[in-house]
Design a protein. Structure first.
Ligand code: CP
Ligand code: NVA
Length: 340
């Protein structure tokens, strides 16, 4: 729901929050003795945020809980066995009740329609922590990680951090995604082209692995389609890629399809050989939202020097913190900038 400039402002805010909270990471602090921990603003002081998670989570949950603490608020984790939602109560009634007690809802759901319903009936802002179609906070972390590592893409031009700890600028990149058309890819489709990057996607040719119509409609509505190439050959997808991204072939809830999916995705594993044969930029870097299975990427890439996966995971916290600060600190519904 954000524009390109709004996405960059939020990522830049995340970068500032990270530097305030971890000042010893800032380049200008490395030679200084005074690296005392400073506090981010206490913008969620006395506020309670509910985390409705109907699916498992490590990064998103812990990011949300720890970020809320740093902002002075309280996060209430509500797993699917903890509340009435989905068993005895509708999303509509749950949204109204939680919104009467808390100042924000961060929800991980199954079907995307569930979060639309929560957002429709909640009196407080609702932010998507992952749904069947989208995973917006993941892409904020990916964008922050690429900006932080901008120097890796331009070895001869080290970008200056600029005044006021601003976000390092990033040259236009070619980002390749090899794998399933799932929530993480869908947010890449509506994000990278609006930030000036090109996207190349390879998914198996069967209809089940193509972009859902609701997502592609949004991609075309935003005009992102003109910067997206989509085929079924993973080697063709990584041609000229500066960054190669993948995700699990078996998303949460698809466990029954595992056997069929492993067959259909044969040949789509991200490896050094695939990227060399496909003609990726020799300096290509690797991203993965995690959790990772060995099917979609081998150990050589995942644990190798190209991999940015752990800085990417760390950045979930700072980007979720920025999103919480922007979305949850102002209560009036009229100021809501993203509903899902
Ligand atoms: N990337 C991600 O969303 O991880 P979790 O499922 O562990 O939250
Ligand atoms: N596509 C994956 C992302 C996990 C963060 C899933 O939905 O399970």
């Amino acid at each position: 729901d954000l524009t390109g400039p709004q996405i960059l402002r939020m990522v830049s805010h995340a970068h500032s929050l990270k530097q305030v909270s971890l000042p010893w990471l800032a380049p200008q602090s490395r030679n200084q003795k005074n690296t005392r921990l400073r506090m981010p603003s206490q913008s969620l002081f006395n506020k309670s945020i509910t985390l409705i998670f109907s699916k498992r989570s490590t990064r998103t949950r812990v990011s949300a809980e720890t970020a809320t603490v740093l902002l002075g608020g309280r996060a209430l984790f509500l797993g699917h066995d903890d509340i009435q939602l989905g068993v005895n109560e509708s999303p509509r009634d749950t949204a109204r009740v939680l919104g009467g007690m808390c100042q924000g809802i961060f929800a991980r759901v199954g079907d995307h329609a569930e979060i639309e319903e929560l957002a429709k009936y909640s009196p407080v802002p609702v932010l998507n922590a992952l749904s069947s179609l989208w995973h917006p906070t993941q892409i904020l972390a990916d964008v922050l990680t690429l900006h932080e590592h901008a120097h890796l893409f331009e070895p001869t031009q080290i970008p200056s951090p600029g005044p006021n700890k601003s976000l390092p600028s990033l040259r236009p990149l070619t980002v390749a995604y090899v794998g399933d058309s799932a929530n993480v890819l869908h947010d890449m489709l509506v994000t990278y082209p609006r930030l000036g990057h090109k996207l190349r996607v390879a998914s198996p040719p069967q209809p089940a692995y193509q972009c859902p119509k609701a997502v592609w409609d949004r991609v075309t509505e935003l005009g992102c389609n003109k910067d997206i190439w989509w085929g079924s050959d993973p080697r063709e997808a990584v041609n000229g890629a500066d960054v190669v991204v993948t995700d699990t072939w078996i998303s949460m809830g698809q466990e029954a399809e595992k056997e069929q999916r492993l067959k259909d995705f044969a040949g789509y594993q991200v490896t050094e050989a695939l990227c060399r044969e496909g003609g990726a930029n020799p300096n290509w870097k690797f991203l993965h939202c995690l959790p990772r299975k060995k099917d979609e990427v081998d150990d050589e890439v995942f644990y190798g020097p190209r991999s940015l996966v752990f800085p990417e995971a760390d950045n979930r916290k700072w980007t979720i913190m920025a999103a919480f600060e922007c979305v949850f600190q102002s209560i009036p519904r009229s100021s809501l900038i993203f509903r899902c």
